[in-house]
Design a binder for this molecule. Structure first.
Ligand code: FMN
Length: 188
């Protein structure tokens, strides 16, 4: 069983990556295959609103989106994580949300019944907006999001500062544990 996690941070070894490693640890311990994808290593352009994906399960934009979409389809769990930039997710994560979400919805809700959830990493403010923004991808696409001890928000500004937010890290770790439990139940 596989869980695929996306990081929307341009800082490849920044706070979002640290948080994702904490989140995925319990899944790896439970025997899951896990993978983190740095979206800034890929070319994912914004949606052009052409609506071609209403006719066919594809996107006419020539970039890296479709291979990533296929990887998401092949995974049992999906995590979308972003640093908070002006109270929102970063542009490549938003592009992934728009395009994969629209192709999936227009072609039989292909992510329906999978599990996963959003994560927001923030210096101070705006995490609630970003978390809600990312969470809509899960609710609009029929995925099941497990709970935790709190919201999946971890605080930190300079790289490594998230390690001081034990409450936030505890929340994402419990989210990871619950995601493992949920996927086991869904696969029974
Ligand atoms: C352009 C930009 C905008 C930001 N906007 C916010 C913000 O609205 N609220 C906030 O608390 N932190 C904001 N931050 C700080 C980052 O969210 C914070 O440093 C985070 O830990 C970065 O995660 P990363 O190391 O994974 O990139 C911003 C940082 C940048 C570069």
């Amino acid at each position: 069983m596989k869980v695929l996690a996306f990081s929307g941070s341009p800082r490849r070894e920044g706070n979002t990556k640290i948080v994702l490693r904490h989140t995925l640890e319990p899944l790896t311990e439970a025997g899951f295959e896990t993978e983190i994808i740095d979206l800034f290593d890929y070319d994912v352009k914004p949606c052009l609103g052409c609506n071609d994906c209403r006719k066919k399960e594809y996107c006419p934009i020539d970039d890296d989106l479709i291979p990533l979409y296929e990887k998401m389809k092949a995974s049992d769990g999906i995590i979308l994580a972003s640093p908070v930039y002006f109270c929102a997710a970063t542009p490549p994560l938003k592009a992934l949300i728009d395009r994969t979400g629209y192709i999936a919805r227009n072609n039989g809700y292909v992510f329906q019944g999978k599990a996963g959830g959003p994560i927001a990493v923030t210096a101070r403010e705006g995490a609630n907006f970003a978390l809600a923004q990312i969470n809509f991808w899960f609710s609009y696409n029929g995925l099941i999001v497990p709970g935790s001890s709190s919201w999946n928000v971890v605080l930190g500004e300079e790289i490594g500062e998230v390690l001081k937010d034990s409450r936030g890290l505890g929340a994402v770790r419990l989210f990871g544990q619950n995601l493992a439990r949920l996927i086991y139940q869904l696969k029974k």
